[in-house]
Design a protein around this ligand. Structure first.
Ligand SMILES: C[S@@+](CC[C@H](N)C(=O)[O-])C[C@H]1O[C@@H](n2cnc3c(N)ncnc32)[C@H](O)[C@@H]1O
Length: 323
């Protein structure tokens, strides 16, 4: 059942870790927007890189102040797909929409949007239904991907900037980081969480997770400035063999913990047992079976959502359950 160390996509880059952060000094020609190159990698001690000054939400494309960008992290594979992040986005709109409507500055960062801007475009479209003045900034560490994305910019609703875990100097209310940390070693992913948390607006939130290529299976963590709050599983129920199949999509913080004796392993085991016990409900379809599974697991685990979300193939537990 467990997903082993090799379960995630292969790590790209030169194998450097965030502890030896790649400080990329990039010259940005005046007036050329948020991208530049070529990058000259330098290694510096973690924490010594200051974020660049970036203006978000203006009618013009974002610029990197003083022609220099320092982006924390490493470019990785840019794989993405239209609609791939719909489950995550639906959940954000449904569970965080009210909070976003009350946010002082509704600035959202889509970190690591990938080789195409499509999922950033989708995020902006979905969240602006919650709040018309919401702005999304797609932040990507690969300057060529930022360049390519500029054609999809729609300021101030959607802009793009080059940056990394320092969030391009922005102070967003919300960060969505999808399929970014899976490509980093676990210790670096933990450091990345800390770096991003420190850059949030007051009361800001991060949704960090992974999904499969078509977005049929996903897991994500909701974090605030103090740490992780919840873990969410989400899947297309048709075609789900057993809930533990979702282990393949566990966030980096948990994937190596899916071994006997660890809480996340016990949770997946209990989900499987409840799913098996609910087998007679198969005749009514996988949704009824999942609803019964979630209701059963809720007896023993700190489940944070209810049937209204379960029916979408989701289940959210308190982070304390798996910490
Ligand atoms: C697999 S793609 C994910 C694309 C999209 N978010 C999705 O889920 O479909 C990961 C992207 O994250 C970018 N990336 C990796 N580390 C980053 C960092 N520290 N800051 C910003 N982008 C980063 C990579 O360059 C790559 O384009």
């Amino acid at each position: 059942m467990g997903a082993g160390p090799g379960a995630g996509p292969a790590q790209d880059g030169d194998g450097a870790t965030l502890r030896e952060i790649t400080l990329r000094l990039v010259s940005t020609p005046t007036g050329s927007g948020a991208t530049a190159g070529p990058a000259r990698p330098l290694r510096v001690a973690a924490g010594s890189a200051r974020p660049p000054r970036v203006t978000a939400g203006s009618a013009r494309p974002l610029r990197l102040a003083a022609g220099r960008a320092r982006a924390l992290g490493l470019p990785t594979r840019g794989t993405t797909n239209p609609n791939r992040l719909r489950r995550m986005d639906r959940w954000i709109a449904a569970t965080l929409g009210g909070w976003l409507r009350g946010a002082e500055d509704p600035l959202v960062v889509d970190l690591g949007f990938g080789a195409s801007a499509v999922t950033a475009v989708e995020l902006a479209a979905r969240l602006r239904r919650e709040r018309a003045d919401l702005r999304v900034v797609g932040v990507e560490i690969d300057p060529e991907r930022v360049d390519a994305a500029l054609a999809s910019a729609d300021p101030p609703a959607l802009t793009f900037a080059r940056g990394g875990f320092e969030l391009a100097g922005l102070r967003p209310a919300l960060v969505r980081a999808a399929n970014v940390l899976r490509q980093y070693p676990p210790a670096d992913a933990a450091q990345a969480w800390r770096t991003m948390r420190a850059r949030l607006a007051p009361d800001g939130l991060i949704v960090e997770g992974t999904c499969d290529e078509l977005g049929r299976r996903a897991c994500w963590v909701l974090l605030d400035a103090t740490g992780p709050r919840t873990l969410t599983f989400a899947c297309q129920l048709a075609g789900l063999g057993r809930p533990s199949e979702l282990a393949e999509r566990l966030p980096k913080a948990l994937i190596h913990r899916n071994v006997p004796g660890e809480p996340v392993h016990a949770l997946l085991r209990d989900l499987d047992a409840a799913w098996d016990a609910a087998a007679p409900l198969r005749v009514y379809g996988p949704r009824q079976r999942w609803l019964a599974t979630c209701a059963a697991v809720r007896q023993d685990w700190p489940v944070r959502d209810r049937a209204a979300r379960w029916r979408h193939g989701e289940l959210t537990v308190d982070w304390s359950a798996v910490a």
